[in-house]
Design a protein around this ligand. Structure first.
Ligand SMILES: C[S@@+](CC[C@H](N)C(=O)[O-])C[C@H]1O[C@@H](n2cnc3c(N)ncnc32)[C@H](O)[C@@H]1O
Length: 252
């Protein structure tokens, strides 16, 4: 893995190159890292996002999980629904690790993982009853175009649900969050995964802050609506450190 600090600073290369480079080197220990970097909240946040799909009526038969990584959300979807699930991700190493986990959990008859980009999905319009995507938008050049592409492959009336890190809106919690992400996260990364994780811990907070400075939550919700999604609802979690958003594809 190229160092995260150098990658973050490097002007050359596309966001896809950056993400591939970053996650290639993290795949083996990603699942532990995700828990550390989400303050142990990742499982709860995922469950809230998956709820938006698992409670659909009629129940979904085909679900797409974009930026599936090591397949954690796809596995949860397979436990909470009877759907067949496709997971798409840019990074082959993440998918390789995901395939192992899926086989270990005997879910390979329900979950298929394919290499692909959220910006250009290899599926026809309206293929899926529901779509989930997690921690993706900070890694794409054009979030509005990506959300349009995600919505394209969902059938009218289908559901889209998303989980992202977020910045707390309450001043006291935001101050604590800034302290946590700028000091505790790099240190926690260093103690659990050495130098590489220290850099990931150091990169994450400023990356989240910069993303929401450029794209406030209201503007992201506008992008969802412009992509043909309605009843857009966001639920801050864990004092605002996580944000789950869901919506329905306009029918007709
Ligand atoms: C932080 S991981 C999240 C993995 C998984 N969703 C989870 O919650 O554990 C972000 C994932 O997004 C993938 N990714 C980044 N940019 C992408 C893109 N443009 N299209 C598809 N996947 C992408 C990375 O390869 C990585 O596996």
């Amino acid at each position: 893995m190229r160092s995260v600090a150098r990658s973050a600073a490097a002007p050359a290369g596309t966001p896809n190159d950056f993400a591939r480079d970053l996650f290639d080197g993290l795949a083996d220990r990603y699942d532990l890292l995700a828990e550390v970097l989400s303050f142990g909240q990742n499982h709860r946040w995922r469950a809230a996002m998956v709820d938006a799909v698992a409670t659909m009526q009629p129940p979904p038969r085909r679900v797409l999980d974009v930026a599936t990584g090591t397949g954690g959300v796809a596995l949860m979807l397979s436990e909470r629904t009877a759907a067949s699930i496709v997971g798409v991700d840019l990074t082959e190493q993440m998918l390789r690790r995901g395939r192992k986990r899926i086989i270990q959990r005997s879910k390979d008859d329900r979950i298929r993982l394919v290499v692909g980009r959220g910006e250009q999905l290899p599926f026809a319009d309206g293929t899926f009853d529901a779509l989930t995507f997690t921690y993706l938008l900070r890694y794409v050049a054009d979030p509005a175009a990506t959300i349009r592409e995600l919505a394209r492959v969902v059938r009218p009336g289908g559901q889209v649900a998303n989980l992202e890190f977020a910045v707390p809106t309450n001043l006291a919690w935001r101050t604590a969050w800034i302290g946590y992400t700028r000091t505790v996260l790099p240190l926690a990364g260093l103690l659990t995964g050495g130098r590489e994780w220290y850099e990931v811990g150091r990169f994450l907070g400023p990356s989240i802050s910069a993303f929401y400075q450029r794209y406030p939550v209201w503007s992201l919700q506008d992008m969802w609506r412009a992509a043909g999604l309605e009843a857009v609802t966001s639920r801050p979690m864990s004092l605002g450190g996580g944000l789950v958003t869901w919506a329905r594809k306009v029918d007709g």
